[in-house]
Design a protein around this ligand. Structure first.
Ligand SMILES: NC(=O)c1ccc[n+]([C@@H]2O[C@H](COP(=O)([O-])OP(=O)(O)OC[C@H]3O[C@@H](n4cnc5c(N)ncnc54)[C@H](OP(=O)(O)O)[C@@H]3O)[C@@H](O)[C@H]2O)c1
Length: 210
């Protein structure tokens, strides 16, 4: 059975994804800095690897075929943590994945990471970090899927998608549950081509979208 490493498994998307993957019969290696945050998930297919992303977390990649980077420093931290997590930890994750011959790396990036200077002044450092982490992955030689979701919501899954950025900014949103569903779909349906997609709730099924 393929093992999938989820980096940031205690986060909002990360935890939903961990549960979805376990429910679907996958073996998950959950990289978290506080294992108590997963104490309500019980499965013999779950291996918890407790490590802060500011230290060496290379051992978590052992025997993992897929890696999902869904960690982030969060909106309430400063640019220092954005650099350390959204940029530096993401780049190191790609390096560790390469050394461990990972088959597929899925990066949760962000809408706007393609053109950071088009974002608001407060968002620009974050978007630069996401942009450069994406570039590092693109240049790594790994097979990759980069998902750049719109603004995340905690609404219930709509199970419909679009990769076309809506003209109305208020419509450029996607539920965290649906981002997790898209990742699960890509793990189950790998493709040879690398891809970078913006992702929103829309009108198509995931199979039509990806
Ligand atoms: N918010 C938006 O509208 C939006 C839009 C597009 C993309 N995104 C991106 O989507 C991704 C997931 O979002 P989310 O809302 O699910 O994020 P989240 O709930 O803030 O989860 C972030 C995860 O990163 C982990 N983390 C942070 N610093 C760490 C460290 N030093 N060591 C180990 N783990 C660390 C957190 O661990 P703890 O649980 O221990 O804190 C948590 O598991 C992020 O990359 C975010 O930038 C967000």
């Amino acid at each position: 059975m393929n093992r999938t490493l989820i980096i940031g498994a205690s986060g909002q998307i990360g935890k939903i994804l961990t549960q979805q993957m376990l429910d679907d019969g996958h073996h998950v290696v959950a990289l978290v800095r506080d294992k108590q945050k997963l104490s309500d998930i019980n499965s013999e297919n779950l291996t918890i690897f407790e490590q802060d992303l500011n230290s060496d977390f290379s051992a978590a990649f052992d025997q993992c075929s897929n890696v999902v980077f869904v960690a982030g420093s969060g909106a309430s931290t400063g640019a220092d943590k954005t650099l350390l997590i959204d940029l530096w930890a993401a780049c190191r994750a790609a390096d560790y994945a390469k050394s461990n011959h990972v088959k597929h790396f899925i990066m949760i990036s962000s809408i706007g990471a393609d053109e950071p200077l088009k974002g608001s002044e407060t968002m620009q450092p974050y978007l630069v970090a996401k942009h450069m982490a994406d570039e590092h992955l693109i240049n790594s030689g790994l097979q990759y899927t980069i998902i750049r979701p719109g603004t995340l919501t905690n609404d219930k899954s709509k199970a419909n998608f679009s990769t076309e950025r809506p003209k109305d900014k208020s419509q450029a949103v996607i539920t965290r549950e649906d981002v997790a569903l898209a990742v699960l779909y890509r793990v189950k349906n790998p493709v040879k081509e690398n891809s970078i997609v913006e992702l929103f709730n829309g009108n198509d099924s995931i199979a039509q979208t990806f």
